[in-house]
Write a protein that binds this ligand. Structure first.
Ligand code: 8YV
Length: 334
């Protein structure tokens, strides 16, 4: 029997390649940093039964129509806002993602951004490097305390809840806003549910961890930022468009909020001359929430496991649109 043919859109750890090679003929865009050009991607997808999507390729209905042979897109990310899932489901195309394996690593980064922004860590390094450290004075480089402060988590899913567990060790009061209250989470960490506006008014740290959807796009805009305390820190480790960058810039420039820690931007890679990056109270990192060696390897492995399972008639571990699998079972597994 011929093996299914799969496309891998960027170099991934060998452990994932091994999983793919057990059952598939593998074609890889074997570059570390250079993304696969769109025309190459379309050409390669046309000849593939499935694809391991590495990076933020936009996978929409017209692209799927250009490559009807490709029945599985295994996204190497937990977020799948780069994929039109409804279009996939309508076409009987399976989408998978990588939840779970990146939870703790991403929570570490979000917590790190809270501390870095509140205690001005990057600004401090710049002051040293630029020869601006002239000596000690009582209020030199003073920031905001993390220990004992109030944390407000917007989107307490897997990652948000892992941030809350870390916050317990810092004796923080924990507030959260989700679409619905989560009594099990409240019982576990002593968190209290708040409407969004109340959370913004009360929190010293507002950490945004919602997925990007039509409902969450622009969730934090000028009105929401105006509700925050002038001493509050905003952390966005979700997706750039959840926060209105222009409104955030104005709030930080005018010191209407204390600082921001950003892992994500409207456009990535963010341009070095983006106005936000000119502000001393912005701590920015290049979308590295899940970037530990172990976690990125696990993400690639899980994406590979999903792809191989789907293409060999087995249940993939983490499907996004499992209704497609039910449809396949009724008809014929591709
Ligand atoms: C990915 C992420 O590295 O999983 C996610 O949703 O944001 C990151 O872990 C990024 O999406 C690149 O694919």
């Amino acid at each position: 029997m011929t093996k299914p043919r799969v496309l891998v859109t960027r170099r991934v750890p060998e452990a994932a390649q091994v999983i793919l090679r057990t059952a598939c003929e593998v074609h890889t865009w074997d570059h570390e940093e250079e993304p696969m050009p769109q025309d190459e991607l379309v050409r390669a997808l046309r000849e593939s039964d499935g694809a391991l999507i590495v990076g933020m390729h936009r996978i929409d209905g017209p692209l799927m129509d250009e490559a009807p042979r490709c029945r599985v897109y295994a996204n190497m990310a937990v977020g799948y806002d780069n994929i039109d899932v409804a279009a996939a489901t309508a076409r009987g195309v399976l989408i998978t993602n990588t939840p779970g394996v990146l939870t703790e690593t991403t929570a570490d980064l979000a917590f790190g951004l809270m501390i870095a922004a509140a205690r001005r860590l990057y600004e401090g390094q710049r002051i040293i490097l630029e020869g601006r450290w002239k000596g000690w004075s009582p209020m030199f480089m003073t920031g905001q305390d993390v220990y004992g402060a109030t944390l407000g988590i917007i989107g307490a899913g897997r990652i948000g809840q892992a941030v809350a567990r870390r916050a317990r060790g810092f004796d923080m009061r924990i507030l959260y806003h989700n679409r619905r209250p989560d009594p099990a989470f409240e019982a576990e960490v002593g968190a209290s549910y708040r409407q969004l506006d109340d959370l913004l008014r009360e929190a010293d740290f507002v950490v945004v961890l919602v997925p990007l959807t039509p409902e969450t796009r622009g969730l934090i805009g000028a009105r929401e930022l105006a509700l925050m305390k002038p001493t509050a820190v905003l952390v966005n480790a979700a997706r750039g468009p959840v926060v209105d960058e222009r409104a955030l810039y104005a709030a930080l420039r005018d010191r209407r909020i204390w600082a921001a820690g950003l892992d994500v931007f409207d456009e990535e890679p963010v341009s070095p001359d983006h106005p936000l990056l000119s502000l001393p109270n912005v701590t920015a990192v290049p979308h590295i929430g899940s970037a530990s060696v172990r976690t990125r390897t696990r993400m690639a492995e899980l994406a590979a496991e999903n792809l191989v399972a789907a293409l060999t008639g087995r249940q993939p571990p983490t499907p996004v649109n499992p209704e497609v699998l039910r449809q396949w079972r009724k008809e014929r597994w591709p």
